[in-house]
Design a protein around this ligand. Structure first.
Ligand code: NAP
Length: 413
């Protein structure tokens, strides 16, 4: 194992691991445009693929680092020589663990685009204490899952505290989106289901530092039926990414409640999110149909043959939506936060382009750039570390970066 080096003496400011994947290639293109003045590198398991990608993406000044996910020594050397690692090599439960271990050991900041909450739980259990000791900000879930939910919920709650002097009792989010599916995302979903993680996936507080005391978990269970929501003036129903995003937002509330003097969250803080269907009777019927369809689909995927069919019909790893589909995509996350004395704050995070690719690339690249360029102004102060969340690790620094990158972020702290 390499010795731990001062971050100032490392060869690279940012290393993009999984650079040759469908999202990875988009992170390389983003860095080629936005990382001026930074020393950065493309990393993955194949030198030839990395060299061809560097040539094709106009990233001539970038370095190359070869490290297979199964080669712990090569990953250790990679983490020892980088200040920040951005990983898009998934399924993360398959390719991500040794890299996180190396980053925690070397005090190397890390962000990724996983949505695999059981794997994130494992990383917390194995590495939170060491990363906290070494000042490594390990930040999973910096893609579409879960930046809009996590950052949006925190922005709503912190605005209530700052502008109304009230701790937040609840935030609700409501999503509208249009986009496509990546082969890597499908592979990650199938990998979770193959690993028999259903029980952990269903735990509403899976990512909390410790199970919360005196709180009825049923009040925080994932919604299964649609309802007409007065705040959003629309029919809303279960959102397929809610079981990921809500766990991340709840971890943020728990981590931030123990940090600093400001009281942002009430003890029985509640976060929930939904998919928006629209205002009319037809929208209500569609919401009911989709909710039943989602339940049936999830039930069917418990059985291996259904997963084989999904794998055969979906895109393979390395592939994803067409350029046209990605360009025509969009997302919008509306938020309503309520304070303990009844103050209400409304917010919105929205962006153009396929959420799983265009928006995810901006979210995770700006997270890595925040870790690399804004280390001195990040929330928690110098030396703060652990297995964190986008809101607790990056907070308003990330929010301002996303706004500067063209996203709608309201309210902006
Ligand atoms: N948060 C979000 O909103 C969001 C959006 C999209 C995707 N994702 C997640 O991001 C991950 C990647 O998605 P994707 O569509 O980009 O997948 P992908 O195209 O299949 O890319 C997978 C990457 O992993 C690399 N890899 C595979 N085996 C490896 C090994 N043994 N050692 C090192 N690297 C290895 C691949 O390298 P090779 O090129 O050499 O095969 C490739 O770079 C998935 O887990 C997906 O669920 C999240």
């Amino acid at each position: 194992m390499a010795a731990r080096r001062n971050p100032r003496d490392r060869s690279f400011d940012v290393v993009l691991y999984g650079a040759t994947g469908f999202v990875g290639r988009q992170t390389v293109a983003y860095f080629a445009r936005h990382a001026k003045g930074l020393r950065w590198a493309l990393a993955g398991r194949s030198h030839d693929k990395l060299a061809a990608l560097r040539e094709a993406s106009g990233a001539k000044g970038a370095g190359l680092v070869v490290a297979d996910a199964a080669d712990a020594e090569a990953l250790d050397a990679l983490a020892a020589d980088a200040r920040v690692v951005l990983s898009s090599a998934g399924p993360f439960a398959r390719y991500g663990s040794a890299l996180v271990a190396a980053c925690a050991r070397h005090g190397t900041h890390y962000c990724d685009i996983t949505g695999e909450t059981p794997w994130v739980r494992d990383m917390i259990d194995r590495h939170h204490a060491e990363a906290a000791r070494n000042g490594a900000r390990i930040v999973p879930c910096c893609g579409f899952d879960s930046v809009p939910s996590d950052l949006g919920a925190w922005l709503a709650a912190s605005t209530l505290a700052r502008e109304h002097g009230e701790a937040c009792v609840s935030v609700k989010a409501c999503f509208s989106l249009r986009g496509g599916l990546n082969g890597g995302t499908l592979a990650s979903l199938i990998n979770i289901l193959d690993s028999g993680e259903r029980k952990r996936l269903a735990d509403p507080f899976l990512l909390n530092p410790a199970p919360p005391k005196g709180i009825d978990p049923r009040r925080h269970a994932d919604p299964v039926a649609p309802h007409r929501d007065a705040d959003f003036k629309a029919w809303v129903g279960p959102f397929f990414m809610g079981p990921i995003n809500t766990r991340v937002a709840r971890r943020s509330a728990a981590l931030l409640s123990g940090r600093g003097k400001e009281r942002i969250y009430a003890p029985d803080y509640h976060y929930q999110e939904y998919l928006r269907f629209g205002g009319g009777v037809a929208a209500g019927l569609i919401a009911a149909g989709m909710s039943v369809g989602m339940a049936v689909g999830q039930g069917a995927l418990r059985f291996k043959p259904a997963r084989w069919v999904a794998e055969a019909l979906g895109p393979p790893p390395g592939q994803g939506p067409s350029e046209r589909t990605m360009d025509r995509g969009s997302f919008r996350c509306e938020l309503v936060g309520v304070g303990e004395k009844g103050a209400v704050v409304r917010g919105r995070i929205a962006g153009r382009g396929d959420p799983g690719n265009r928006a995810t690339t901006i979210f995770v690249c700006e997270s890595a750039l925040a870790l690399a360029r804004d280390a001195d102004t990040l929330p928690g102060g110098a030396g703060y570390g652990g297995v964190l969340t986008p809101a607790s690790a990056l907070g308003d620094v990330l929010a301002r970066r996303l706004a500067a990158a063209g996203m709608t972020i309201e309210p902006l702290a």
